[in-house]
Write a new protein. Structure first.
Length: 136
């Protein structure tokens, strides 16, 4: 397992390091590497699976989540439990996952006629420290 920290260069370095260690299978979460480059890597590495992204022609080796729906479900569950002041901690990285989850949160609030309160939404690093900052 390796992390690319959301840059093309670091994502590539992480994958290349795993290849050098002769890993037979890779589960890769890469947001910044261009589709064509990822497709080339997947053709070189038969045991590579891509998560949170779909590449045309390689769909059978990709697993993607419906981030909007997941956030909507979680928010709706809290609403059904009687909560109306629901905070949301969101990644500060400009990636579709974070944007889709935030949209799901807002959609669930709107469908339940709960006004969105932007003071309850915090953006931070997608790690423990970002979560702690959002808890303030």
């Amino acid at each position: 397992m390796a992390t690319g920290i959301i840059t093309n260069k670091k994502e590539r370095q992480a994958i290349e390091q795993l290849i050098r260690h002769r890993c037979a299978a890779l589960v890769v979460h890469a947001k910044m590497i261009p589709d064509a480059d990822l497709a080339s890597l997947m053709k070189q590495i038969p045991g590579m699976v891509l998560i949170n992204r779909i590449l045309p022609g390689l769909e059978h080796r990709c697993v993607a989540l419906d981030d909007r729906y997941g956030a909507w479900l979680a928010t709706r569950h809290l609403i059904q439990q009687g909560h109306t002041r629901i905070g949301y901690i969101c990644s500060n990285h400009t990636i579709s996952d974070a944007e889709d989850r935030l949209r799901g949160y807002y959609d669930a609030l709107a469908e339940s006629h709960i006004p969105a309160n932007d003071r309850l939404v915090t953006f931070g690093e997608p790690d423990e420290s970002g979560g702690e900052q959002g808890d303030d």
